[in-house]
Design a protein around this ligand. Structure first.
Ligand code: SF4
Ligand code: SF4
Length: 335
C-alpha cells in the first residue's frame, strides 16, 4: 500500500466495520475474507487511512448507493437495515469519509454488541433470520480487547526516547515551535499542580524554563502536534504530525482552538514572540478557557468535534486555568 492508496479512501459497507473488528481468524461473509484481511493489515500500517462508508439507502443519498455486490446472503432488506442501524449509532451520513482510527474508536465506543444489529432475539419472518455468526460472541470479545488489537499503540520505548530527544532539543533551542492553544493547556496543567518531569508532553518543562531560566526564549506559533512539545505524547502520530486524542479526531477541534486563540491574540501561524511577552498576552486577553475550548450542544459524542474539554467548558471555564492564570500573573508581576 503506497501513499496514493493511502490518500484514496477505502470503500466499505458499515456492516463490514463489524466484520473487521471480529477476530481475524473468524469466518467472514462469502468472498469477503481477503478484502477485510487487507483492510486490517493496511490499518496496522496506516491507522489513519481514510474509509468511506456507503450503503443502499436510495432517497437523496442515491448518489452513493454501491449496489448489492457486497451484500451478505441474508436478504436485501436485512442488509439495508443493518447498515442503517450502524450509521445511526455512529451519527454518520451515507457516503461519510473518516480516518480509520477515528471510525473504529467511534464504533467501539458506540457498539459494544452486535445483538439487535446483526441478529435479533426473535425471527419475525423470512429474511429476518440475521447473520448465523451474530451470536458467536466474537465481536463482543474483540470489543473487550479494544482499539489496541486493531491499531498498535506507540511503544513505551519509542515515547521515552522521544521525550529524551525532544527535551534535549528544547533546552538547546533558540526558537521553540508550539501549537498555539496548548500554551493555554500549559496554564491548566500549572493550575492543576503538574510540574516537570511530565512524561506525556513538554509543556511543564517549557513553562519552568520560561519562568526560571530563559524569559526571552522565542516561541513560534506552529501548526499541528509539533514535535518539540508533543513528541512523547501517546496520542501523537509522528508520520502525520497529527493529534489523535479522544476519538481519534481531536486534531480537528485542536486546529480550531489554535485559530481561535490566534485570532484573539491578533497573531498567525509563524508569528514569533518572546516567551514571557507571549504568556502575558495570553493571560491578559484570555481570562477563561470557555471562548476557546468549549464545544456547543450540537457537538455531543460521537461528533468529530466532541471532546472532554469541549464538554466540560460548556458550563464553565477550566478552574485549573483560572488557578494557573492567577499564579502565573503573580509570578510575572502582573495585576
Ligand atoms: S480546557 Fe482548554 S486549555 Fe485547558 S486543557 Fe482543555 S483544551 Fe487545554
Ligand atoms: S499530540 Fe495532541 S494530546 Fe498530545 S500533547 Fe499534542 S496536542 Fe496534546
Amino acid at each position: 500500500m503506497g501513499l496514493a492508496e493511502f490518500e484514496t479512501p477505502t470503500v466499505l459497507r458499515p456492516y463490514q466495520l463489524l466484520c473487521v473488528v471480529r477476530h481475524p481468524g473468524e469466518e467472514q461473509p462469502k468472498g469477503q475474507s481477503e478484502k477485510l484481511r487487507r483492510v486490517r493489515q493496511a490499518m496496522r500500517e496506516y491507522p489513519d487511512m481514510p474509509i468511506t462508508l456507503v450503503c443502499n439507502v436510495g432517497d437523496v443519498y442515491l448518489y452513493q448507493d454501491p449496489g448489492t455486490a457486497d451484500d451478505s446472503p441474508e436478504g436485501a432488506d436485512y442488509n439495508r437495515k443493518r447498515d442503517l442501524d450502524i450509521l445511526h449509532l455512529l451519527a454518520l451520513a451515507p457516503g461519510s469519509t473518516l480516518p480509520a482510527r477515528a471510525l473504529f474508536l467511534t464504533l467501539l465506543k458506540r457498539v459494544a454488541s452486535v445483538r439487535g444489529i446483526c441478529g435479533y432475539d426473535t425471527v419475525t419472518g423470512a429474511g429476518w433470520e440475521g447473520c448465523p455468526r451474530a451470536a458467536s460472541g466474537a465481536y463482543e470479545k474483540a470489543h473487550e480487547r479494544g482499539i489496541d488489537a486493531l491499531i498498535p499503540p506507540r511503544t513505551q520505548e519509542e515515547m521515552a526516547r522521544e521525550k529524551r530527544e525532544s527535551l534535549a532539543a528544547l533546552y538547546a533551542a533558540e526558537v521553540v515551535p508550539v501549537r498555539p492553544h496548548i500554551l493555554m493547556c500549559a496554564v491548566c496543567q500549572y493550575g492543576g499542580g503538574t510540574r516537570p518531569p511530565y512524561p506525556e508532553d513538554n509543556l511543564p518543562e517549557l513553562l519552568e524554563l520560561v519562568l526560571n531560566r530563559k524569559p526571552d526564549l522565542l516561541i513560534r506559533m506552529a501548526r499541528g502536534a509539533d514535535w518539540m512539545m508533543c513528541a512523547p505524547c501517546p496520542k501523537r502520530v509522528p508520520k502525520l504530525n497529527a493529534c489523535v486524542h479522544i476519538l481519534g479526531s481531536c486534531g480537528l477541534s485542536n486546529e480550531k482552538r489554535d485559530l481561535d486563540l490566534l485570532q484573539k491574540l491578533g497573531l498567525h501561524f509563524g508569528s514569533t514572540m518572546k516567551a514571557r511577552d507571549l504568556f502575558r498576552l495570553i493571560l491578559e486577553r484570555i481570562p477563561t478557557t470557555q471562548d476557546v475550548c468549549r464545544r456547543d450542544e450540537a457537538c455531543v459524542c460521537p461528533s468529530v468535534w466532541w471532546d472532554t474539554c469541549g464538554e466540560s467548558n460548556r458550563a464553565q471555564g477550566s478552574p485549573n486555568y483560572e488557578k494557573g492564570r492567577a499564579a502565573l500573573l503573580a509570578k510575572l508581576g502582573l495585576p
